[in-house]
Write a protein that binds this ligand. Structure first.
Ligand SMILES: [Zn+2]
Length: 286
């Protein structure tokens, strides 16, 4: 079961620990992902889960798109404030050779790319922020996004633990100082994170977020601030798909049926396909 837990260190610094393995496993099963493409999508989903903490109301939505020059091409994730997240990646079968026994995320993503974040907070205009992909490992790229686009200097560690060709653990740790935080404290906490060379292994070796916090941040005063269980969830349904077909118009729908015998609509986020035959058109348009 995935978890996301937010801690405050010494009243000044927010550390969020997100175990994303079950979210990753569901995404990999629904989309038929290779370990590498699931790792790329997982890193973006984990950053998305962290970003969705800014959402205030039930109806608020977050979406994150990441594109790169590497073989995976593009991924899109969407989440709400409860950590119900969905996502897809364009190239589901991306493969690159392992680098030092680890999945080569940098090569899969490529260096020339972008991060685009849209937060719909129910206001007139949604908030949107962008930044460029510089390293391709997603973690440093999101750290740069937080610092440059949201003016929140941050440290981000993301990773997977690979064993026997399978991802056995995955997660992310995010460090963000609260406004007015003590500078020495910020440096001390960010130093801890900079020493994380294998984030995936940290999640493999620790059963709970408390264990991770005690082990790596034990020198600080730790207070748990928030906790929730992220889950891969797509809200698409046959009824919603009927509405989309209605928007297409009867003429278009009838032409598709005449040509293909069926209207097929695939949901990008969960890969579910809805099929409608000629005898269902009456119920859709009448
Ligand atoms: Zn769906």
């Amino acid at each position: 079961m995935s978890y996301a837990v937010k801690y405050i260190l010494n009243g000044d610094i927010v550390v969020t620990v997100i175990d994303s393995l079950s979210v990753l496993n569901t995404a990999a099963r629904l989309h038929g992902l290779t370990p590498l493409s699931s790792a790329v999508l997982n890193r973006i989903m984990t950053a998305g889960l962290f970003l969705s903490q800014d959402l205030k109301n039930d109806g608020d939505r977050l979406s994150v798109s990441v594109g790169g020059s590497g073989p995976f091409k593009k991924a899109v994730v969407a989440s709400d404030k409860k950590g119900l997240i969905k996502g897809y990646i364009l190239n589901t079968s991306a493969e690159c050779p392992l680098k030092d026994g680890k999945l080569d995320i940098d090569a899969a993503v490529g260096k020339d790319g972008y991060i685009s974040v849209v937060k719909d907070l129910g206001l007139k205009e949604p908030y949107s922020g962008n930044s460029r992909i510089v390293t391709g490992d997603i973690a440093a790229d999101f750290a740069l996004y937080f610092t440059l686009s949201e003016q929140k200097p941050s440290a981000v560690a993301l990773g997977e633990y690979l064993s026997g060709g399978k991802i056995k653990a995955a997660g992310g740790i995010f460090v963000q100082p609260l406004p007015g935080a003590n500078d020495f404290l910020i440096t001390a906490v960010q130093d801890v994170l900079r020493n994380f060379t294998d984030t995936g292994r940290i999640f493999y070796q620790s059963k709970t977020s408390d264990e991770i916090m005690e082990k790596y941040f034990g020198a600080f005063e730790i207070k748990k601030a928030d906790e929730y269980k992220p889950r891969f969830f797509c809200g698409c349904s046959e009824a919603k798909t009927r509405k989309i077909i209605r928007l297409l118009g009867r003429q278009e729908a009838e032409a598709t049926i005449a040509e293909q015998g069926v209207i097929e609509a695939n949901c990008s986020f969960c890969n579910k396909t809805y099929r409608f035959k000629a005898d269902e058109l009456g119920a859709i348009f009448d």
